[in-house]
Design a protein around this ligand. Structure first.
Ligand code: 0O2
Length: 207
C-alpha cells in the first residue's frame, strides 16, 4: 500500500482496521466481564490491567515485507493476525492459563493459534502466552469473524519484556549494549519466574 497508493486497496484497508478494532473491543469487554465476575465470586482479580493497540501502518508494512506477503488488504487479512492486539497483565502465572481457558471456552470465541513462550521461553528469555482467537463482529450485512491477538503475561514478565524490548526489539539494537546486558537480562527472566512461582504459592496459602 505504501508503494502503490491504490484508492480501492486503501479503502479496503480502512474497513479492515475498523472491523478489527470492533473485534478488539468485543474481546476486551469479555475479559473485563470475566475479571468482574471473579471479583464478585472470589473477591480476587486475576487481571492486573490490560492494554489494547492497533498495529500501526508502518509496523504492518514492515512485517508484510519481512515475511514476503503481498501488500493488499486480502493478503494482510489472510496472513497477519496481530493487527488488533490486546495485552493482558495478570497477577500470577496460574491466572494466565485461567484467563485463557475462560475466554477460549466461550462459544463465540475460537482459538486459531497458540504460542506458549512460558513453557518454551524464547532464546532472549522472553516469556508470555500468545494466542490468536477469532470472534464474530456483527456488521449491518451480517457477522464477520475477526482475529485478535492476545498476549497474556504476569506483571513480572511484562516489566522484563518492556526493558528487554528497549534493549533490542525493533530498534537498531546497539550490539555493544546487547552483549553487555543480554545474558544478565536472560538470567533475570529465570529469577523472576522463580520469584513469581514462590509468591503464587504464598498467595494460594492465603486464600
Ligand atoms: P508489536 O508492535 O509489539 O506488536 P507472527 O505474528 O507469529 O507471525 P512474530 O512476529 O514472529 O510473527 O510473532 P512472535 O515473535 O510470536 O510475537 C511478536 C511479539 O511478541 C512482538 O511484537 C513483541 O511484542 C513480543 N516479543 C516476541 N519476542 C520478544 C522478545 O524476545 N523480547 C520482547 N521484549 N518481546 C518479544 P512486535 O513485533 O514488537 O510488535
Amino acid at each position: 500500500i505504501a508503494n502503490q497508493p491504490d484508492i480501492k486497496e486503501l479503502s479496503k484497508m480502512i474497513k479492515t482496521y475498523q472491523l478489527y478494532q470492533a473485534g478488539q473491543r468485543e474481546i476486551s469487554t469479555k475479559l473485563e466481564n470475566l475479571d468482574a465476575e471473579f471479583q464478585v465470586n472470589y473477591d480476587y482479580n486475576p487481571i492486573h490491567h490490560m492494554e489494547s493497540r492497533m498495529k500501526d501502518v508502518q509496523s504492518l508494512v514492515q512485517k508484510a515485507e519481512r515475511k514476503g506477503y503481498e501488500l493488499t488488504a486480502d493478503s494482510i487479512q489472510k496472513n497477519i493476525y496481530d493487527i488488533a492486539g490486546i495485552r493482558v497483565i495478570t497477577n500470577y502465572i496460574d491466572d494466565i492459563y485461567n484467563v485463557e481457558k475462560l475466554l477460549t471456552h466461550q462459544t463465540d470465541v475460537t482459538l486459531l493459534r497458540r504460542k506458549d513462550y512460558i513453557k518454551h521461553p524464547k532464546e532472549s528469555g522472553y516469556r508470555s502466552l500468545h494466542i490468536v482467537v477469532k470472534v464474530p463482529v456483527f456488521q449491518a450485512s451480517g457477522p464477520v469473524d475477526v482475529p485478535v491477538e492476545i498476549q497474556i503475561r504476569t506483571v513480572g514478565m511484562d516489566m522484563w519484556a518492556s526493558l528487554e524490548h528497549k534493549l533490542r526489539y525493533k530498534t537498531d539494537a546497539n550490539q555493544e549494549l546487547v552483549d553487555k546486558y543480554g545474558n544478565q537480562l536472560k538470567g533475570y527472566a529465570e529469577e523472576l519466574e522463580q520469584i513469581e512461582r514462590g509468591m503464587q504459592e504464598i498467595h494460594k496459602d492465603l486464600i
